[in-house]
Design a binder for this molecule. Structure first.
Ligand code: BEZ
Ligand code: FE
Length: 283
């Protein structure tokens, strides 16, 4: 039996999956996996390395860390899914991968409040602007902005026992004119975790592990598609080599220095549609 007859036989064995979409995805997965093995004439040793690599990824996966999601991120898969699922004009804010550090149930904070505890080190930035309907330009009242960022030591609150619970996370609502305002830290670059198999991959590829400085936002409102995005710092060189291929021109913020802090005016556009919410990698 040659390779392609064999692939056909395996596909046949999975052809009775009732859900048509799942059926198509499984058939396609088998075809592409088999094609990968064939094209590269995978050796037994290489196969052993592969399943051991996956097993080691599983060992690095727990409630607060998902090495599989991180692998998808550094291989460009997560951002590709955003690109394929959201087509917007370049003048609108772009969609970004959610990343492994999003946590649900961040507290609602008052308009203009800080997401950083008072003793969190770092320069503050006041971020303000509007959430608007992208077809009419009209402001959207009661939109929710769910934001999170890393501390200046490069760690999210869940990775750092020295930060209070929910530090650098918070939800804000727009007022009747679609305005929001909050205080965050001036973001700084940080490395993705490199102590696991994904770190090995980056090392052999001679890729740096850095994410450019950014702040995450999920912007939602009823009857609008939820916008998942990140704001980067215009002029930051690392945006060109973002380890997860997310930073792009339609996510740049013009941070302006004002005495001891920065200010950023930034509007978010929403498209009419079904309001959904992403699964949180950290529960
Ligand atoms: C983040 O920005 O939080 C992130 C995204 C992808 C991989 C690692 C971290
Ligand atoms: Fe991040």
């Amino acid at each position: 039996m040659n390779g392609s007859d064999f692939t056909h036989r395996v596909c046949e064995a999975y052809s009775k999956i009732e859900n048509p979409r799942v059926n198509a995805l499984v058939q396609s997965l088998i075809k592409h996996l088999h094609a990968y093995v064939q094209e590269n004439s995978l050796t037994e040793k290489e196969w052993e390395f592969t399943w051991d690599f996956l097993a080691r990824m599983a060992k690095f996966t727990h409630e607060e860390r998902n090495e599989f999601l991180l692998a998808a991120d550094v291989l460009g898969v997560s951002q590709l899914i955003e690109i394929l699922n959201h087509h917007r004009p370049e003048s609108e804010v772009g969609y970004a991968l959610v990343g492994p550090f999003y946590r649900e149930n961040a507290p609602f904070r008052a308009r203009g409040a800080a997401i950083a505890s008072d003793d969190t080190a770092g320069i503050r930035v006041k971020i303000y602007g509007k959430v608007i309907d992208d077809s009419t330009g009209k402001p959207i009242a009661n939109a929710v902005l769910d934001t999170w960022q890393a501390a200046t030591n490069g760690l999210y609150e869940t990775q750092d026992p020295n930060q209070p619970d929910m530090n650098l996370r918070g939800k804000f609502k727009t007022d009747e004119n679609g305005n929001y305002e909050l205080v965050a830290l001036m973001p700084t670059p940080y490395p993705v975790p490199t102590d696991g198999p994904v770190g090995e991959l980056l090392k052999v590829a001679h890729r740096h592990p850095l994410r450019p400085a950014h702040i995450h936002f999920i912007v939602s409102a009823s009857n609008y598609e939820t916008l998942i995005t990140q704001i980067f710092v215009s002029g930051d060189d690392i945006v060109k080599t973002d380890v997860v291929f997310t930073a792009s021109d339609n996510m740049m913020g013009n941070f302006v220095k004002e005495n001891d802090h920065y200010e950023l005016q930034y509007d978010f556009q929403l498209t009419l549609g079904i309001s959904t919410y992403p699964e949180a990698p950290i529960k």
